[in-house]
Every structure is written in structure tokens, then in C-alpha cells.
Ligand binder design. Structure first.
Ligand SMILES: Cc1cc2nc3c(=O)[nH]c(=O)nc-3n(C[C@H](O)[C@H](O)[C@H](O)COP(=O)(O)OP(=O)(O)OC[C@H]3O[C@@H](n4cnc5c(N)ncnc54)[C@H](O)[C@@H]3O)c2cc1C
Length: 356
């Protein structure tokens, strides 16, 4: 795959990463942003999409998902849509930055798990508490199996489990709402059978959702399998059955065609610890005037950084992204004097915003 050349890379499309894209764009620096999640918005979307936020300046109240949408709309002038595919060409979701290597010319080479490679001149780590990755079952042999899934396919992609036997693992909101989404899905994508696998007969979900799922179980439309997965049978790289340890102490085989694990997400700091940045208790140490890390040209903004007086609040992350962008542009364009300009009155900023 060709190496993508860009001024800057933003690692993390959480609220702070999205605002970082906007600030870099305003200052005339192009960027690519990468996130492990299938959707932009970080914690706001992954952890509290429907909860209200009351302390974003100028926005008296909005939900986590609404804030992510507003930030995407604000960054739109700097997110380039590929006209053929409709996808945003410089927003790479479902991918994790694996390595950040300094180059002899002062730039950086960035590689992702999906095999993308970038060359850039400054890096903005907006990684929050780490990359959000789906929780899995504690069965090592499941890793990499072709019929184990963590996300629902994005429409119009066909569901791999259509007309086949699907086991959904989990007992929380995410697992139960997946059952609800699939039970009446169109015939061509509906599984032949749906089994809900959970370790005990207790769910943690909205009472109305739980009542619906319990009714489907009573009607035989959903099978309930209780117990702890302790192993898996594999054939040709596919899981054919889970071994489930029941409350009776016996292990039972649960045959399946596809396994959809819906146990929620957990943040993993992952490869970031190997990027040579000075860390203080899993946070990247930065200087509070520039938000630059111990490596010149690598900035850290939002929940991932630490400095005296740090508060893990959206407002603080937005401030950090703004100052980091201003510091970076001054470093990258030393021959161009950088005058502070207002979006209200600057013709240049209007041009960059696509207004002029
Ligand atoms: C329940 C709850 C309620 C909250 N309410 C408020 C509130 O009312 N007001 C307020 O100000 N703050 C609130 N917060 C805090 C606020 O959500 C965080 O401060 C904010 O989300 C931090 O944004 P961020 O972009 O730095 O990190 P995140 O939102 O954590 O986003 C980081 C993103 O980086 C991605 N990432 C990390 N590493 C990699 C990698 N190597 N490769 C690719 N992607 C990677 C992650 O997948 C993630 O999407 C709340 C937090 C929670 C949990």
C-alpha cells in the first residue's frame, strides 16, 4: 500500500481528536485521523451516547452522541469526502495506530494494524484512555477465528450469519439490544437461530429491553445458554462449538456457525507505551504551554496527557488542542509569521473554512 504523505496525524477521533482536526485545518495544516472504533466520538459515543453533557461552553446541553456529531460537522471543511465511495478519505476508523517512528529528517512514520502507512511532520496523540477495543471471552483459541465477530456489519454490507446459527455472547445492554436488532431483521440477513449466551440468568439492561428478550426466550424465538465459556472447538480456522461450563459443574458443547461477542468496549493503552514518550502513570507527560511530549513534534492532548493541574474535561482538551496546533504550525512553518486571526473577521480563515 502506498505511503500517505500528510502534514500531521491525529491518533484518536474522540472529541478532542476531532477538534484537533478542526484547529489544524484552520491553521492550514492537513491531517489524517485514525481511530480503533468503527465510529468517531471516543468516550462520548462509546460510553455515554445518550447521557446529557452540561458543561461545554455555548452548548447548554447535548448528549454524548450529539456532541460528536457537532464536532464532525465543525471539522467538515477539513474532512475530505471521497466522491466515489462517499467515505471520508482522511478519517480512518476501525484501525489502530501500531507504531510511531521518528525519521532522520525530523518527521515521523506511522503504521496501523490494517497496514496503512503515513509520513508526517507532527503527531497529535488524542488517545484518551487508550484505544477502545471490544472485550472478548476469556478463550484464547477464539482469537483470529474467521466466524467470531464483535460488531454488526454496517448497512448495506450483508450479515455473515444470514440463515445460519448465531450465538450472541453477553448479558448487558449491548448484547440484548443486538438480539432485539436481529430478531426481526429482514429475512435475507436474519440468522436461522439466535442463542444468547451469558454466564448467569441475570441481565444488566434497560427493563423494557430485558422484558422483550425474556418474552422471546419464553416463546422459543431466542434460546438461552447459561455458563462460562471454557474452550472452543475449531476446524479450518472457524469455531464450530463453544465448550461451556454450566452451574452443574459439567461442560456442554454449544454448536454454532457464527459467534457475535457483545461484551462492551474497554480502553487499552496498547502500543503507545512503546513510542518512546515519557509517561507518568499511563499518561503522556506534556509541557502545559505547547502540549508537546518529551519527543519534539509529538503532541498529546485530551485525557491521554498529564501536566500540573490537569483536569480530564472536554473543555480542557479543546484548549490543549488549540494551543498544540498553534505551537506545531510555528515549528513547521518558521519562515511564515503566525498572526492570531479571528474566525469572525479573517478572510484567510473564511477561505480555509470554505466560506469565501
Ligand atoms: C460517563 C462519562 C461522562 C462524562 N461527562 C463529562 C462531562 O459532562 N463533561 C466533560 O467535560 N467531560 C465528561 N467526561 C469526560 C470526557 O468524555 C473526556 O474528557 C473526553 O472524552 C476525552 O476526550 P479524548 O478525545 O481525549 O479521549 P476519548 O474520548 O477517550 O477518545 C480517544 C479515542 O482514541 C482512540 N485511540 C486510542 N488509542 C488509539 C490508537 N493507538 N489507535 C487508534 N485509535 C486510538 C480511542 O479508540 C478513542 O476513540 C465524561 C466521561 C465519562 C466516562
Amino acid at each position: 500500500m502506498a505511503v500517505i504523505d500528510t502534514d500531521t496525524i491525529v491518533i484518536g477521533a474522540g472529541p478532542v481528536g476531532l477538534f484537533q482536526v478542526f484547529q489544524l485545518g484552520l491553521l492550514g495544516l492537513n491531517t489524517h485521523v485514525i481511530d480503533a472504533l468503527p465510529e468517531a466520538g471516543g468516550q462520548c459515543v462509546a460510553l455515554y451516547p445518550d447521557k446529557p453533557i452540561y458543561d461545554v461552553p455555548g452548548v447548554p446541553v447535548c448528549t454524548g452522541r450529539e456532541l460528536a456529531q457537532l464536532l464532525l460537522v465543525q471539522a467538515k471543511p477539513f474532512l475530505t469526502r471521497n466522491l466515489a465511495s462517499g467515505h471520508i478519505a482522511n478519517l480512518h476508523l476501525n484501525d489502530q495506530v501500531a507504531s510511531v517512528q521518528p525519521l532522520a529528517d525530523g518527521g515521523f512514520e506511522i503504521a496501523t494494524r490494517q497496514g496503512l502507512q503515513f509520513r508526517c511532520r507532527a503527531v497529535f496523540v488524542a488517545a484518551g484512555a487508550g484505544a477502545f477495543v471490544p472485550r472478548s471471552l476469556n478463550v484464547a483459541t477464539l482469537e483470529g477465528a474467521a466466524n467470531v465477530h464483535f460488531y454488526l456489519p454496517e448497512a448495506p454490507a450483508p450479515a455473515p450469519w444470514a440463515a445460519q446459527h448465531l450465538v450472541i455472547a453477553g448479558g448487558g445492554e449491548e448484547a440484548l439490544s443486538t438480539v432485539a436488532a436481529l430478531i426481526d431483521s429482514p429475512l435475507e440477513v436474519r440468522p436461522a437461530s439466535l442463542t444468547l449466551l451469558h454466564r448467569r440468568d441475570q441481565f444488566q439492561a434497560d427493563p423494557a429491553l430485558e422484558a422483550s428478550v425474556r418474552a422471546w426466550i419464553a416463546q422459543g424465538r431466542v434460546k438461552l445458554a447459561l455458563g462460562l465459556p471454557s474452550g472452543a472447538d475449531l476446524q479450518d480456522g472457524r469455531v464450530t462449538a463453544l465448550q461451556v461450563l454450566g452451574a452443574d459443574g459439567a461442560t456442554h458443547a454449544l454448536p454454532l456457525d457464527h459467534l457475535l461477542i457483545r461484551l462492551g468496549l474497554s480502553p487499552k493503552l496498547g502500543p503507545l507505551v512503546d513510542w518512546g514518550l515519557q509517561l507518568d502513570r499511563k499518561q503522556v507527560s506534556v509541557s502545559p504551554d505547547s502540549f508537546q511530549s518529551s519527543v519534539s513534534g509529538i503532541y498529546a492532548v485530551g485525557d491521554i496527557n498529564t501536566y500540573p493541574g490537569k483536569k480530564r474535561l472536554l473543555l480542557c482538551g479543546f484548549h490543549e488542542a488549540t494551543l498544540a496546533a498553534h505551537h506545531a504550525v510555528a515549528q513547521l512553518r518558521p519562515d511564515q509569521p503566525q498572526h492570531l486571526q479571528y474566525t469572525t473577521t479573517s478572510t484567510l480563515l473564511h477561505q480555509r473554512l470554505g466560506l469565501a
